[in-house]
Design a protein around this ligand. Structure first.
Ligand code: ATP
Ligand code: MG
Length: 418
């Protein structure tokens, strides 16, 4: 019979790798605490409608990538393809707008599903860390969200990332921009891919983001949003840059960034690595002042980002970051004979209950093989218990680092290690 394999584009995190994830997760939580952000966990499944409205039906995600199914109750359900829509839904549904503003809400390790062609940096299930700051509209707020990401990269020891920022303006500037863009694109419409042709009327800005070669060539000389900002959007963007300057953050203005989701307004940004191949965006986000209202809430501004945790890990590995090793076993009890084995078993249990990691022989191996195994576990101390030790009530504790031995009474051993 053929073995069953994991679905294409998914990845197991093996025990030899999971400590890296723990380290990243812990650092993220600590960083969020420093920035005053609190975790909001939302379900992996949502009503499909949420993403149609909240991500937008001219996006790659909605047009090509969602994992959508009908459940047994005949509802259309979709596996989360990004983090923001669910966060906003939860914000509205749980009336978080009644709490003091702004609210900084984060999620991490959030399983995210996209039906993409699996390749380096593109999985069908990946995991995201993200933050949404809701309720504030100042440029400082945008800059703070960006700086949270940059602080995290710094803390995790990744140096070679570049922050790209742009502004795509508000619905006011978008009108003039869309007109200019359509005027430019109308000449080429027959040469563009089918998806872009369907975007031409509804949301031509999305065409700037198309990954198809032929569309990219056409788009090269197309007008860019940044040249069509209204005074207020211009001022906001200048403000964001001033804040980043004040914080000493490096960035480039990148007029090509329009972002994958429909609901962005004003500031958009990506943090990009050139060391993990073609899919170099580790973090991407922006301001979305229209989304909460779009999803049935009040008109409340917000800004946030999503960060691909697998890509972050890849960047860290490319930077040869040293991950803190997980703590190994503190004490290994080698035992032989029925009574000594039972004693070792009981002591291990007592130690664990006292917060000391301890291990014993599950396999009825020889003393020699048990010590070898203790070595593999990286045990800091070993204690050998045979019939003789049990009779005398005394054991030798061996420190594995220097081979030094200490005698201790069996009755005292839990206190000794505690
Ligand atoms: P791309 O241009 O690479 O398709 P996107 O615009 O679809 O990116 P976002 O929706 O902004 O990406 O997602 C936020 C982050 O999540 C990305 O910057 C990336 O780090 C990560 N990400 C997105 N899609 C995938 C995927 N299929 N596999 C792994 N990570 C991903
Ligand atoms: Mg994508």
């Amino acid at each position: 019979m053929q073995n069953i394999q994991a679905p294409k584009g998914t990845k197991d995190v093996l025990p030899s790798e999971s400590h890296k994830w723990h380290y990243i997760e812990k650092t993220m939580r600590e960083m969020c605490a420093l920035y005053g952000a609190r975790e909001l966990r939302t379900p992996i499944i949502e009503h499909t409608e949420l993403f149609l409205r909240g991500v937008g039906d001219t996006t790659d995600i909605v047009q090509k990538e969602m994992y959508t199914f009908t459940d047994k109750g005949n509802r259309s359900i979709t596996l989360k393809p990004e983090g923001t829509a669910g966060m906003v839904r939860a914000f509205i549904e749980n009336r978080l707008f009644n709490e003091p503003m702004p609210q900084k809400l984060y999620y991490l390790n959030s399983p995210t599903f996209r039906y993409e062609k699996p390749q380096a940096g593109r999985l069908r299930e990946h995991h995201q860390f993200g933050i949404e700051t809701v309720g504030a509209f100042t440029p400082e707020t945008d800059a703070e969200v960006i700086l949270l990401a940059l602080s995290l990269f710094k803390k995790l020891g990744v140096g070679d990332l570049m922050l790209h920022i742009n502004s795509i303006g508000c619905p006011e500037c978008r009108k003039e921009y869309n007109a200019a863009l359509r005027a430019y694109l109308s000449e080429y419409i027959n040469e563009m891919c089918e998806t872009c042709r369907s975007r031409f009327e509804k949301n031509p800005m999305r065409i700037i983001d198309c990954k198809e070669e032929k569309c990219r060539n056409i788009v090269k000389n197309a007008p860019r949003t940044i040249d069509y900002l209204c005074d207020s959007c211009k001022r906001h963007f200048e403000g964001v840059k001033a804040c980043l300057d004040a914080a000493g953050a490096q960035y480039v203005i990148d007029p090509d960034i329009v972002r994958g989701l429909d609901y962005y307004t004003g500031t958009v940004f990506e943090v990009i690595s050139n060391r993990i191949g073609a899919q170099g965006a580790v973090c991407a986000g922006g301001r979305y002042n229209g989304l909460i209202e779009e999803l049935g809430g009040q008109s409340i501004p917000a800004v946030g980002f999503g960060m691909g945790m697998e890509r972050l890990l890849a960047v860290m590995e490319a930077n040869e970051v040293v991950f803190p090793e997980p703590e190994g076993t503190e004490v290994y009890f080698a035992a032989q004979g029925e009574a000594p084995r039972m004693k070792a078993f009981a002591l291990v249990q007592q130690l664990r209950e006292n917060g000391v990691s301890a291990e014993f022989d599950h396999m009825e191996r020889s003393f020699k093989a048990q010590f070898k195994y203790a070595n593999k576990l990286g045990a800091r101390f070993t204690v050998a218990i045979g019939e003789e030790e049990l009779e005398r009530g005394m054991v030798k504790i061996k420190c594995m680092a220097d081979g030094e031995e200490t005698e201790a009474s069996l009755d005292d051993i839990v206190r000794y290690f505690k």
